[in-house]
Design a binder for this molecule. Structure first.
Ligand SMILES: [Zn+2]
Length: 373
């Protein structure tokens, strides 16, 4: 079958913690983060994921990594990447007080008006990002970016041949993003939450021809394991609300014919280690969203090719297309969970070349361990 594509994966957030590596504030460097991100990329490829879409990271590390992989300097998946999220006060990643702002190691960059947002789009496209990532509030309780701002940034990104996506959970921000022309919307998990707004937001997404990427894998893992990794009780309760929303969004999107793409948010937190969860979204679609295994597999391959900018060349096995192929020793149509964690991989082929799945001297250090272990 075609190689897996994880449509939502972060390489440079510094999560999960690596044994022996300090995560204290002020110890992050672009140099170390780049090396670690390169290591993460190799782990991902060996789990059968031949492409990733990276909606945000620190500095321009992911752009550099894409260039290095394309130049053959190291093995890794195809990379299609955004830069730092464009955010306003109150958006996700606005974690510092206003007098500190957003230092370069943060994955968000503050832009509180249209001029600053458009300037940031120009700066990022100059440095080679493939798409722009905007970000509304963390859990979708408030809308932090106005429709006018969204429209201005979408227009500028498209003018510069970059696609654009947004972290949007709240229903108002989701419909506004769709109407502004966002290429795809990540999360959208409260889009069916409000009584009167039920389905309206996803109808706006359907009408605009936009796509969504519910990214349920992260919510499910954070709901199950978040408490063990330092999440507070109210936070876990909030995550459960978003999780319920995400499941109902999956069903509604299927009904409305909205294209659903598969992303996991691997690398966004201690509960999301590399190489293990990239195919979990497929099982979630089947188990909770009513999708058939084939529909879920298409979502993780052919349909996901859109979020790596290769919808005409990738995600299918056909003469003349890119040769990203995985070979499994079990049938994923009988049980879609066999795609997970590379457990049933016989071969990974990227761009016609066989990937060494077990290089000598390789230690598997990125396991699901307690933060700080
Ligand atoms: Zn993310």
């Amino acid at each position: 079958m075609p190689g897996l594509i994880d449509g939502h994966c972060h390489l440079s957030f510094g999560q999960p913690a690596m044994p022996g590596v300090s995560v204290a504030r002020g110890t992050t460097s672009a140099e170390f983060t780049t090396l670690r991100a390169a290591r993460n990329a190799q782990t991902i490829l060996r789990s059968g994921v031949t492409s990733v879409s990276i909606p945000g990271g620190s500095w321009f590390i992911d752009v550099a990594l894409r260039e290095a992989i394309n130049a053959g300097m190291l093995e890794g998946p195809r990379i299609y990447t955004a830069g730092r999220f464009i955010i306003t006060y109150g958006s996700i990643s606005d974690s510092e007080p206003s007098w500190v702002g957003t230092p370069e190691h943060l994955y968000g960059v503050l832009a509180n008006n249209v001029t600053d947002m458009v300037t940031e789009v120009r700066r990022q496209t100059k440095h080679g990002v493939d798409f722009i990532k905007m970000a509304d509030s963390t859990w979708g309780d408030t809308q932090t970016i106005s429709k006018e701002e969204l429209t201005a940034v979408v227009d500028e990104a498209h003018r510069r041949n970059a696609r654009i996506s947004i972290h949007s959970r709240g229903s108002d921000s989701t419909s506004a993003a769709a109407e502004a022309g966002m290429d795809w919307i990540m999360h959208a998990d409260l889009a069916t939450e409000r009584d009167l707004a039920t389905e309206r937001d996803l109808e706006a997404v359907a009408e605009a021809g936009s796509r969504i990427m519910p990214t349920v894998t992260f919510l499910k893992h954070a709901a199950e394991y978040g408490r063990d990794f330092g999440r507070t009780e109210p936070e876990v309760d909030q995550i459960k609300i978003n999780l319920e929303g995400a499941v109902s969004v999956l069903e509604t999107a299927r009904k409305l014919g909205v294209k659903v793409m598969c992303g996991t948010d691997t690398g966004n937190s201690p509960v999301m280690p590399y190489g293990l969860l990239h195919a979990n979204e497929a099982e979630i679609m089947v188990k909770y969203g009513g999708y058939s295994p084939m529909e879920a597999i298409v979502a993780c391959t052919k349909d996901n090719a859109f979020c790596v900018g290769l919808e005409h060349d990738l995600g299918m096995i056909e003469a003349g297309k890119l040769a990203d192929i995985i070979v499994l020793d079990k049938d994923p149509l009988a049980d879609v969970s066999v795609l997970q964690a590379g457990r049933h991989l016989s071969w990974v082929i990227k761009d016609g070349k066989i990937v060494d799945l077990d290089p000598k001297g390789e230690e598997h250090v990125l396991e699901l361990t307690q933060a700080g272990d």
